[in-house]
Structure formats: C-alpha cells, structure tokens
Design a protein around this ligand. Structure first.
Ligand code: ADP
Length: 319
C-alpha cells in the first residue's frame, strides 16, 4: 500500500483533528502518501480530495471540530454514489481509507471494503455509543463541557431554590447522562437503557425538599425524550419551580480534553498500522486501556451497554 485517504463523517466530535493528525503523521512516518477527503463521503464522490503533508496537520491537535469538515450524504448510500466514490479513489490512486465517524459512517466504510477498497473505522462521536470500545473520541470532552455547564446551573439553582432538568446529548445511549450525573451529584439520572421510574424521581424530589435541600438537578438523556416535557410533568406532579436547560450543540464543540487527544492519537495511528498489515473492514477501539480491533459490521450488532454499577452508585449517593 502506497497511498491512503482519511475522512471524517457524520456528527463531528472534539478530538477528530487529533485523529486526523495521527493518521497523516503516522502514514508519512511509514513513507505512505496520504490524502485528505473533505466533507465526508459527499466530498469523496465529488473528488474534493487534497494531498496532506506533515505541515497540513500542524497546530490542530488542540482544535475542536474537524479541518476536513464533515457531512451526511444520502447519495453515498446508493450503489451509484458508491461507484462515484470508487471512481475518485481510482483517480487519486487511493488504496485504503480511514473513516473517522460513528456507526453510520462505518456502514459506508463496510460497503467500500466489500467492493475491494479496504477501510478502517475510527470511532469519533461524543455519544460513546459504539460497541467494541470503552470510549469514543469526543466523549470525555463533551462530558467535561456538560460538567462545566451543570456547575454553573447549580449556582443559580441554589440562589433560586429551583429544580433543574438538564437534557444532554447521547442519541440512544445514556453514557453522557450517566457520567455527568454521577460527576455532578445529580438527584436523578434518566437514561434509555433503564426504564424510567417517574414516581421514584418525584419521591426523591419530595424527600430532598423535606430535608431542606436548596435545589435539585435531574439529568435526562435525549434518548429518553424531551427535557421540556419532562420538566412540565415534574411541575404538575410537585408544584416545584422547575426550569429546563437543553444543552444542545455546545456539547459537540470545544478544545479536546487531554484524554481525547491521547485516545485520538492512539486510535488514528493504530488504524494506519492495520492498513499496513493488510487488514480491511475493521474498527479500532480501546478496551481496558489496550488497543483492539473488531470486524466493523459484526461489532455493530452487539448491543450498546452502559455501566449499570455506576447507575446504581449514583442512586445510592443521591438518597
Ligand atoms: P454517524 O457516522 O455519526 O453515525 P450518519 O449515520 O449520519 O452519522 O452516517 C454518516 C454517513 O455515512 C451518511 O450520511 C452516509 O453517507 C453514510 N452511511 C450511513 N449509513 C450507510 C449505509 N448503510 N451504507 C452506505 N453509507 C452509509
């Protein structure tokens, strides 16, 4: 293999730039030529491709977002779209592709691999919803962004003796809600992996009120439903002054944490190693602090799990 490509696809996450940097530098270290594909699969179909040099990825390790931009492309899901992408890969002589993104992006990578263009997936999403890796790139940064926001909300919640419902991202995964709830001492955490017990939430709020608590914080994963609706339900059931904050896209931005920069560097470099070993259709991950790789499609069939011991602990600590 002499020439490889790298693209970012789907939802962006902090640390994607650090992963791009690792891919480019590791490839050049091994005397490969490396091409950056702009705008994900859309840019691949359109030939929006440029050669990357060592300097192309200078000064980006600390930047959020992705210098290669990201896109969602319906056209790429079609046979015709994939043929266009292959034409461009042939035109540029790109023999292997590293795809940094989420599960949708991995399904695209699998399609190209099956057509003879080896792809390796690098899990980049704040949601931490990819099986086969303990952490995805961006999760830790998003977690810390949420913690910063909740700390601020906590100040005003205390001043006004209010109940706050905070809706956090995570798609169908509860990891961001669970980790931020435990880190912030939330009264209740609602995650899609655990059926929500509304009565238990209300009882806990009332107990807190009786013992003179100044405020209550409830973290709701977006996968459970709307924070606004949940806030209304609480107000109706308790008469407590309730406010809802939907943190939204601030969770996707910002300078990546040290953890995410290191994770992205390790996973990006590992993806290059796999291509050099002649592997195809694999996803890289980290499990028990060891770099691993899995079949990119088989692993997506595994259910996503959250750490229920942490869920139980959070309940125990917020009695
Ligand atoms: P993420 O990678 O963050 O999960 P998406 O699910 O939007 O984000 O997927 C990103 C892109 O990957 C899609 O816009 C599409 O171009 C491509 N993709 C997703 N699913 C498939 C599929 N089944 N076949 C081919 N390409 C796909």
């Amino acid at each position: 293999m002499k020439r490889i490509g790298v693209l970012t696809s789907g939802g962006d996450s902090p640390g994607m730039n650090a992963a791009i940097r690792a891919v480019v530098r590791k490839a050049i270290y091994h005397d490969l030529e490396v091409f950056g594909v702009y705008n994900g699969y859309q840019g691949l179909m359109e030939g929006n491709i440029k050669k990357m040099e060592l300097g192309s990825v200078g000064d980006i390790i600390q930047r959020g977002g992705t210098i290669l931009y990201s896109a969602r492309s319906e056209a790429f899901k079609t046979e015709e779209g994939q043929q266009k992408a292959i034409e461009q890969l042939n035109k540029f002589g790109i023999e292997g592709l590293i795809v940094i993104g989420g599960d949708g992006s991995f399904r695209g990578a699998e399609k190209l691999t099956k057509k003879g263009y080896p792809c390796i997936g690098v899990p980049g999403t704040i949601d931490n919803d990819i099986p086969g890796t303990d952490f995805t790139i961006g999760f830790d940064t998003a977690l810390n962004t949420i913690i910063d926001s909740i700390d601020k909300i906590r100040d005003t919640a205390t001043s006004h003796e209010r109940t706050y419902v905070i809706e956090v991202m995570g798609r169908n995964a509860g990891d961001l809600a669970l980790w931020s709830g435990l880190a912030d001492g939330a009264e209740s955490i609602l995650i899609p992996e655990q059926p929500d017990d509304f009565e238990a939430v209300i009882q806990k709020l009332k107990r807190g009120q009786e013992r003179g608590k100044k405020h209550s914080i409830i973290i709701l994963a977006e996968g459970v439903g709307s924070g606004v609706d949940f806030g209304k339900k609480i107000e109706e059931a308790t008469d407590m002054d309730t406010r809802v904050t939907v943190l939204g896209h601030t969770q996707r931005g910002g300078s990546p944490s040290g953890f995410d920069r290191v994770l992205a560097s390790r996973l990006g470099a590992k993806a290059v190693d796999l291509l050099l070993e002649g592997k195809a259709g694999r996803m890289v991950g980290i499990q028990n602090n060891k770099l691993v790789d899995h079949d990119i499609i088989e692993i997506l069939k595994e259910p996503h799990t959250v750490n229920m011991e942490m869920y139980k602990l959070s309940n125990e600590l917020s009695i």
